[in-house]
Design a binder for this molecule. Structure first.
Ligand code: ADP
Ligand code: ZN
Ligand code: ZN
Length: 829
């Protein structure tokens, strides 16, 4: 491994003979290449380069230069390969992003190259094609051996018949690993030649013809009426204008424009146009708002470090509808007034149209928007506008934390508690936490805003890491919705036929509809069907070691803890109240929409969940139809709980809250509390009073009780005690190791090697190591999933233990390809 961990060397006066290249592979190290003299003065830090790697060619990122191969690198000059091609002389990556991704890769034990790749918009990443061709000696060999039927001959024959062929094509016929192996042999025998070719990204800037007014030529002949009209219009608008737009606005044809150009009145140019993600959307009017005293007080505190341009982290804790967004907008304005740029992160795609339209109406077209459901072209354009310094305000989801804004003054992380800031695949990272580091590096201000701050964040504000700001009241003292919990045990005891929807809820839906108002029904689909709950007393069965719900394994008739593997036989009676009405919860959520449709055929009902949100426009259509009142009831998962402002919604029903509460996850109470508080914020946004009905078999649960009262602080007090006594974050640093493989034994053998390595690495460090246990999702996509958890009060010890264990497991032939390590995991799934 090349040790370059902390230094990105300044390279002004140095000969650039060698370069460290970071590759998008699941490897933490960088690789050293020599730089051909022809590109030494063109390459810079952050340039993308094409390099040979094994038998392949890969696109990597230049991160450090060396003049000589010093001892530290311990490399033989002869073993060093050359950079094949320089892909950009103007580097796409800024120094700040290189540093930030390096930190993130180190902290999250991820690959730096993958982190760098993730920081660039997908369309920009060039790919490399490998092309294979049979050589003359290959043809001769084939002639001599054509009667034999070996794999080598088959491949040669294929190449002889098809000419130069891309790897992708060969893979279809022969399979990837076979092509790799055989072509390597054939290449060594010089029967096959391999050519690498970069395929430039398919996205390009979009260009169109535009006109620009020139100084009036000295020519005598005056322009015609139409021509004069064009000239006048251009003079008024001053800027250049797309020909297509001009033709449409003035209702003229192309010929007068061409004539004007010929006569020297105007010039026709080719201009880049922006594919605007908000094109065609109506923007809300910017209304003039006078801040409340509470908002002003908060803003004054934020302005101080903005003026002195120093790092400062704020936690803005404001209940739903307290006017946080207005505070963000003012803080962004202040930032821009100091000539700095601002980045605003939002959790879900569902939120971006609402927010970006609002920001757009305040800050104009310069706002850039980055989120995953943009088309590749849109994303490419927005990213380039940011890179070129044309967008001073950027709004985006998770990966926008790596947006190449220069001169950053402010980062806002809205709904900072939201789990979608966490990337759940390689490279793992939490955008909120990366944002903190980015702000600190840039000496910028960061505001984390939420109605229900993550427990970690609130804890940080208690210990002085963040400055605590609060907006405890709603704007204009609009009342909060009244929340009620429906005790499903009573519904059950009353012998009602409806076991899924309580009569109270059905009645409320009907009344709401009669008043011409709207309803949201929330299903919590985070739950799995295999946990056990008693319908008489509401108890679920928990692990004695971990205080986490046990999961039912049907095949073994056992209840198993997914943290520590502790298991008990599934009881036939409730251990608390001896009732026999044990109930396997989480089932039925799928049917709810259907049931509602049957019960209320007169209502128009729409559903919104992960499946529908894949299609962005469709989701936007449903949301706008709902806000226009064309839909009476919206049924959906957590995503409808957040952010939206539907003034006519006066009833929110939460159908399956217990499923979330009983997840085998130490954060289940926190997540449930957050969800309920958010969803309660959806009802009664307008002048009418709203109500929230929550169905539960366990109404005494503190998460439900405090959510009902909207009392964050009491919830925090209770929850933080639990975290402390059971050793969960924020009192410990947590890491999870997931081992995934189709073959259970194979996964288990490797998990055992890891566990042994962890134990020996942990001798002095006193980390708590749990597992391997089946992960909460114990089988997924045909793979068995095992989980090991590591906790420590000391983050350094945690890290040391993992680093040593990984090295040792490697030596003991653990298959590290099936091992996924997550630092600070959010969802243990
Ligand atoms: P939050 O982000 O905290 O949920 P918003 O910023 O969306 O709250 O504010 C809720 C509503 O109150 C919005 O419609 C917003 O336009 C309005 N609002 C915010 N601040 C003020 C103010 N000072 N005076 C009047 N209306 C305000
Ligand atoms: Zn019971
Ligand atoms: Zn346990």
């Amino acid at each position: 491994m090349t040790a370059i961990s902390q230094k990105i060397i300044q390279t002004k006066d140095m000969q650039r003979n060698f370069v460290e290249v970071s590759l998008p592979l699941p490897l933490q190290q960088t690789f050293t290449y020599s730089i051909p003299s022809g590109i030494q003065d063109k390459i810079s830090i952050g340039s993308r380069v094409l390099v040979p790697f094994g038998s392949r060619s890969l696109v990597g990122y230049a991160v450090v230069f060396h003049e000589t191969l010093n001892e530290e690198l311990a490399l033989e000059p002869a073993s060093i390969k050359k950079v094949t091609q320089l892909l950009d002389s103007e580097p796409l990556l800024t120094g700040e992003i290189i540093k930030l991704t390096q930190w993130a890769a180190g902290y999250y034990l991820s690959s730096w190259g993958e982190m760098l790749k993730a920081s660039l918009p997908a369309g920009i990443n060039a790919t490399v094609e490998e092309r294979f061709q049979i050589t003359n000696s290959g043809i001769e060999y084939l002639k001599r051996n054509s009667s034999k039927r070996t794999q080598k001959i088959d491949l040669l024959q294929f190449l002889d018949e098809n000419g130069e062929t891309e790897f992708k094509e060969l893979k279809k016929t022969f399979g990837a690993s076979k092509v790799r192996r055989i072509s390597k042999e054939l290449h060594e025998l010089e029967f096959v030649s391999i050519r690498h070719q970069t395929v430039a990204s398919k996205v390009k800037t979009k260009k169109q013809k535009a006109v620009r007014l020139l100084n009036t030529p000295q020519e005598a002949k005056p322009p015609t009426k139409t021509q004069q009209e064009i000239i006048d219009f251009l003079a008024k608008t001053s800027e250049q204008l797309l020909i297509s737009e001009l033709m449409e606005i003035l209702d003229v044809g192309i010929s007068p424009i061409k004539t004007l150009a010929k006569r020297g009145f105007v010039e026709i140019i080719t201009t880049e146009i922006r594919r605007d993600p908000l094109m065609g959307f109506a923007l809300p009017k910017a209304t003039k708002i006078t801040l409340t005293d509470e908002q002003s007080a908060v803003l004054t505190k934020i302005k101080k470090p903005l003026q002195s341009q120093s790092y400062r982290a704020f936690l803005l804790h404001g209940i739903t509808g307290s006017g946080k967004t207005e505070v963000y907008i003012r803080a962004i304005k202040e930032t821009i007034s100091h000539g700095k740029s601002a980045l605003m992160l939002v959790p879900e795609i569902a939120l971006t149209p609402v927010f970006s339209k609002r920001l757009r109406s305040v800050f104009g077209k310069e706002v850039a928007i980055l989120h995953s459901s943009l088309s590749t072209g849109e994303r490419f354009d927005e990213w380039r506008r940011i890179r070129n310094g044309k967008a001073q305000v950027v709004i985006g989801t998770r990966s926008a934390v790596f947006a190449p804004l220069q001169n950053l003054g402010l980062i806002v992380v809205d709904e900072e508690h939201d789990g979608s800031y966490r990337q759940h695949e390689m490279p793992f990272y939490n955008a909120r936490d990366v944002a903190i580091v980015r702000a600190s590096n840039a000496k910028a201000v960061i505001i984390l805003g939420s109605a229900t701050p993550a427990l970690e964040s609130f804890h940080n504000s208690q210990i002085g890491k963040y400055e605590y700001l609060s907006l405890p009241n709603r704007i204009e003292n609009r009342p909060l919705a009244k929340a009620e919990i429906i005790d499903m045990r009573e519904v059950f005891a009353a012998g009602s036929d409806d076991k899924i929807l309580a009569p109270q809820l059905l009645k409320a839906i009907e009344e709401t509809h009669k008043r011409g108002e709207q309803t949201i029904i929330l299903l919590n689909r985070r739950g799995f069907s295999q946990f056990v709950l008693c319908r008489s007393c509401g108890e679920s069965i928990r692990c004695m070691n971990c205080d986490i719900t046990l999961t039912f394994h049907k095949s073994r008739q056992k209840l198993v803890c997914h943290y520590c593997s502790h298991s008990v036989t599934a009881p036939e009676k409730c251990p608390s109240c001896e009732s026999e009405f044990i109930y396997f919860l989480g089932e039925g959520t799928e049917q709810i929409e259907k049931i509602l449709e049957e019960k209320f055929p007169q209502l128009s009902i729409s559903r919104l969940d992960r499946d529908t949100t894949k299609k962005r426009r469709e989701m936007e259509n449903v949301l706008s139809a709902f806000s226009e009142g064309k839909i009476d009831m919206l049924v959906g998962t957590q995503m409808i709980a957040k952010g939206h402002d539907f003034p006519n919604v006066t009833l929110v029903g939460v159908v399956s809250v217990d499923a979330g509460l009983s997840m085998p996850d130490f954060r289940s109470a926190e997540k449930t509390f957050q969800l309920l508080t958010q969803v309660a914020g959806r009802a009664g946004r307008g002048n009418r009073k709203g109500s929230v009905l929550i169905q539960s078999y366990y109404p005494e649960h503190y998460a439900l009780q405090h959510a009902k009262e909207q009392n964050y602080k009491e919830f925090y007090k209770r929850e933080i005690e639990f975290r402390k006594s059971m050793n969960y974050p924020p009192f410990v640093a947590l890491a999870s190791i997931l081992i995934k493989h189709p073959n259970h034994n194979y996964a288990f053998e490797n998990a055992k090697i890891l566990r042994d390595s962890l134990d020996s690495a942990n001798e002095k460090n006193h980390c708590i190591v749990l597992g391997p246990a089946p992960a909460p999702l114990s089988r997924l996509k045909g793979e068995h999933r095992l989980q090991i958890l590591i906790k420590s009060r000391n983050r350094k010890h945690l890290r040391q233990t993992i680093d040593f264990a990984v090295a040792q497991a490697h030596e003991n032939n653990c298959d590290m390809k099936i091992v996924y390590i997550e630092i600070d995991p959010i969802n243990l799934l």
